[in-house]
Design a protein around this ligand. Structure first.
Ligand code: SAH
Ligand code: SF4
Length: 394
């Protein structure tokens, strides 16, 4: 482990409540909402019931206006409007790919922008949600990692992304007629957008708790996948406090290569990461861990890598998701050839692991994995700088 590993967490976290002005209800967990209602005058005895009523309007029906909450007394609605707002981030633009993928550019407080991607498939619709503006980590193959400015998203801004997508998909059901998971347009959420979710743990946890609440958005924890680059100390906490499915950006089979691709490896190398992953499925009651493996030509895609990979993960219930590298301007890597990817997949498959090759979606609108980077933060490091940080010399 290197003491000089470039791992920072010096991100801005904006407070939930501005010192003056109303508080946003979106992003408050049930207990936090209860406390906030009591603090603003709701009698303690009524608070639980009021939470339930407000919750249903916001998260089941998609209502954003207290005046429409007809099962609350008019006076109480006015009081709520004095102290609270119901706010989701603003959609600045929506781009639709030839393959149906939708990319939303979303503006959050402070004028920052993040990207959210909706991927329709035959048996599901997946929303790829961002957890930070940019990312403090500097994985050398990832466009987001080249973005300098970083701030943590609030819980409201994270769950708000799901609400925005439901608005756009027209998917707010009538009360009591929520569609079953299987028939929903938005049936799955992956925390695979911009940012490292485990460097914004509390907000991600609260947002997912709201999304999983079965009287609201009601996504099963098995339909939520959190992807981490390997923040080892937070993995057990994720099992305990969120319990969703876990994906890990593995990407290499030796510390030497992983140090270059995923620099957080210098802090928590492969052995420590695997130890943490071993107990995850049991602790979280989830079935398998997804190992994400980006296929980079000549870097991590040999037969030897494939064999080492299956050796390393022995004993962990796993599937290996092979991601053909998605290019972005100035990227210091190339995508592995298709035959190479198939050969790699075959070795992994023969060792007994599912090894799907992830079809790049929305490439024409720069919406594919690792291509996200907000338009306001175009300032990009030079090709040479990226290569130098990745330890690549040619
Ligand atoms: N920060 C988290 C989640 C966001 S990235 C993480 O790193 O896990 C989602 C996935 O896309 C990760 O596995 C990431 O390594 C991968 N990825 C990043 N850039 C990519 C690129 N250019 N091509 C393909 N996959 C990429
Ligand atoms: Fe951050 Fe994930 Fe990109 Fe690495 S791959 S820079 S952790 S968003």
């Amino acid at each position: 482990m290197s003491a000089s590993a470039p791992i920072t967490q010096d991100v801005l976290t904006i407070p939930r409540k501005a010192p003056e002005g109303p508080m946003n209800i979106v992003g408050l967990t049930r207990p936090a909402l209860r406390d906030a209602l009591i603090a603003t005058g709701t009698p303690e005895k009524q608070a639980k019931m009021r939470v339930g009523q407000i919750w249903q309007w916001i998260y089941e029906k998609g209502v954003r206006d207290f005046a429409l909450m007809t099962n609350l007394a008019k006076g109480y609605r006015a009081e709520l409007a004095e102290h609270f707002v119901i706010e989701v981030p603003e959609v600045v633009s929506r781009t639709v790919s030839a393959d149906g993928t939708r990319k939303y550019l979303v503006r959050i407080a402070g004028g920052h922008e993040v990207e959210v991607v909706y991927i329709p498939e035959s048996d599901r619709g997946t929303l790829c949600v961002s957890s930070q503006v940019g990312c403090t980590l500097t994985c050398s193959f990832c466009h987001t990692g080249t973005q300098k400015l970083v701030r943590n998203l609030t819980a409201g801004e994270i769950v708000g992304q799901i609400m925005i997508a439901r608005d756009d998909l027209g998917e707010w059901p009538e009360l009591g007629r929520a569609p079953k998971n299987e028939t929903r347009l938005l049936s799955n959420v992956v925390l695979m957008g911009m940012g490292e979710p485990l460097y914004n743990f509390d907000n991600v946890r609260d947002a997912m708790k709201i999304a999983m609440d079965n009287e609201g958005i009601s996504l099963s924890r098995r339909r939520i996948t959190l992807s981490t680059s390997g923040v080892v100390p937070e993995i057990a906490k994720t099992a305990r406090e969120i319990g969703c499915m876990l994906a890990v950006s593995f990407h290499a089979t030796t510390d030497e290569v992983r140090d270059k691709l995923v620099p957080i490896n210098k802090r928590w190398p492969i052995k420590e990461l695997l130890e943490a992953l071993k107990s995850y499925p049991k602790a979280s009651n989830s079935e398998r861990i997804t190992f994400e493996y980006v296929m980079l030509k000549g870097v991590n895609d040999s037969d030897e890598d494939a064999r080492r990979l299956v050796q390393l993960i022995k004993g962990i219930p796993a599937k290996i998701n092979l991601i053909p590298f998605n290019e972005w301007p100035g990227a210091p890597y190339a995508r592995s050839d298709w035959e190479r990817i198939e050969k790699f997949a075959d070795i992994v498959y023969k060792a007994g692991y599912a090894s799907p090759i992830r079809t790049p979606r929305g490439e024409d609108i720069m919406a594919a994995c690792g291509q996200l980077k907000s338009a306001t933060e175009r300032a990009r490091k030079s090709r040479a700088q990226i290569a130098a940080e990745a330890g690549i010399t040619d």
